[in-house]
Write a protein that binds this ligand. Structure first.
Ligand code: NAD
Length: 451
């Protein structure tokens, strides 16, 4: 047996022995996870600085802060979520009691990407542990310092039969996928998502696929331009655009384009300074391959802000690209970097009709004041989730499910949705033995029954 096969076998034995069932035990795991993060904040800041040049502020707001909120919310609600749900029954089931038990699935695999390497490895694990599962996490090999730290910390704080980290490249992920898991939770690219689903089908393992896509931000003629500019700049350039729900491209009403771009330039300067490449806290691109891919986008269209790159530090300025067409390379795939192409429309119906023909994105943002239009855009277009008059922030509400649709993924998590994702909903009917309604038995006369 390989090490990986042994590790999964150990988790299965641990699970089958019933070690994860009790509320108290689950609560302890979540508290342990919280202590692990709290007691090692300094090393976490350091690891994310090494991997992506993340500042303390950005690590706190987008990685640690999110995890603390998710753990606290889960701890507060867990007992409630674990309760069986009573349901009613039709008259044909007179005398029965009906309820749904939330049961853990077993041994779960979490495969995560590099862009929020701590948050996206641990957030699914919170739901899996809360629901009473054992977990194997395979972090991204691209964020090496965070991956190594996660391995070290989980070894110190957790029994590996309960929660463990397996480090490695895609070959390690492939070896993991040969094992039989009870659930696979994958966050990453659509291309790899397809591979995960194919591999999972061999064991009929259910999956959540948290993927990406080209998420539009639409700015209408009646939008609050100053606020739109500020919130778009924040959502797009946080993590240097390497965010799955970052606005991928800007679709703006022709009439307000000039004013919006002017305000966006102001906020880029205000957030990152006049020379972002020498801003010590400005995030870098994860590796040379992505740096080169992104730099190639800069040859099309016209750069109206930014555009400078530094191959030594792998940084690319927050960049606004105007005069872009749907045929340009930058519009053919998810950008995943600090480059914002700008397209314009004359009527909102036209923008909606064009977006409707694209693959369903993970997010969509609409800025505009008219309630009817807001409602129409939200209802008529299909996307994972999104906001009216904001960007990205919706994902930090644990009461909203977070996930994609179509090419941007399947399944959802956060808060109670994570707990549900990692639970099987088992239907139970408790029948009465005090009487027996005869209508279902052969030979019974319908008139004798309650029907
Ligand atoms: P990726 O798909 O290249 O890698 C993700 C994980 O899959 C890594 O752990 C990697 O080792 C593993 N992997 C890579 N190739 C594999 C293979 N052939 N077989 C099995 N496993 C394999 O993604 P990435 O570059 O790390 O992340 C960027 C992508 O993730 C973007 O498309 C982004 O939109 C998406 N993303 C989505 C979300 C979300 O919540 N929906 C969040 C963050 C990132």
């Amino acid at each position: 047996m390989t090490n990986i096969a042994q590790l999964v076998a150990n988790q299965r034995t641990f699970f089958l022995n019933g070690n994860t069932m009790d509320y108290t035990v689950r609560k302890q795991q979540l508290q342990k996870l919280k202590s692990m993060l709290k007691e090692n904040e300094a090393s976490i800041y350091q690891a994310l600085k090494t991997d992506l040049n993340k500042s303390k502020h950005e690590t706190l707001t987008t990685e640690l802060g999110f995890l603390f909120m998710e753990i606290d919310h889960t701890l507060k609600q867990l007992q409630n979520w674990m309760e069986p749900i009573k349901v009613s029954a039709p008259i044909t089931h007179k005398g029965t009691k009906n309820y749904i038990i939330k049961e853990p699935l077993g041994v779960c695999l979490v495969i995560s990407p590099w862009n929020y390497p701590l948050q996206l490895a641990l957030a699914p694990a919170i739901g899996a542990l809360a629901a009473g599962n054992c977990v194997v996490i395979k972090p991204s090999e691209e964020a090496k310092a965070t991956s190594a730290l996660l391995k070290k910390l989980t070894e110190t704080y957790f029994d590996p039969s309960y929660l463990t980290v397996v480090e490695g490249e895609k070959e390690t992920a492939q070896e993991l996928l040969q094992q039989r898991f009870d659930y696979i939770f994958f966050t990453g690219s659509t291309a790899v998502g397809r591979i995960i689903m194919r591999e999972a089908s061999k064991h009929l393992t259910p999956v959540t696929l948290e993927l990406g896509g080209k998420s539009p931000v639409i700015v209408d003629k009646d939008a609050n331009i100053n606020l739109a500019a500020k919130r778009i700049v924040w959502g797009k350039f946080t993590n240097a655009g390497q965010t799955c729900v970052a606005p991928d491209y800007l679709y703006v009403h022709e009439k307000v384009k000039f004013k919006l771009l002017k305000a966006m330039k102001k906020y880029i300067r205000s957030f990152y300074g006049r020379n972002p490449l020498s801003n010590k806290d400005y995030i870098r691109i994860i590796n040379e391959k992505h740096f080169n891919r992104l730099s190639n986008y800069l040859v099309n269209g016209s750069i109206v802000h930014g555009g400078l790159t530094d191959p030594l530090t792998l940084k690319i300025e927050p960049t606004i690209l105007d005069k872009i067409t749907w045929e340009d390379p930058v519009m053919q795939e998810e950008i995943f970097g600090p480059i914002l192409p700008v397209l314009t429309f004359d009527e909102i119906e036209e923008a909606v009709s064009v977006i409707r023909k694209q693959e369903k994105p993970l997010a969509l943002y609409y800025f505009g004041e008219n309630g009817n239009t807001q409602q129409q855009v939200m209802q008529y277009l299909s996307f994972g989730g999104g906001s009216i008059n904001d960007t990205v922030f919706h994902l930090a509400n644990p009461h909203l499910p977070f996930g994609g649709v179509g090419e941007s993924g399947m399944g959802a998590y956060h808060g109670k949705y994570s707990f549900n994702t990692f639970s099987h909903k088992k239907s139970i009917m408790k029948q009465s033995t005090k009487f027996d309604v005869p209508f279902r038995y052969p030979g019974s006369k319908l008139s004798e029954t309650i029907l």
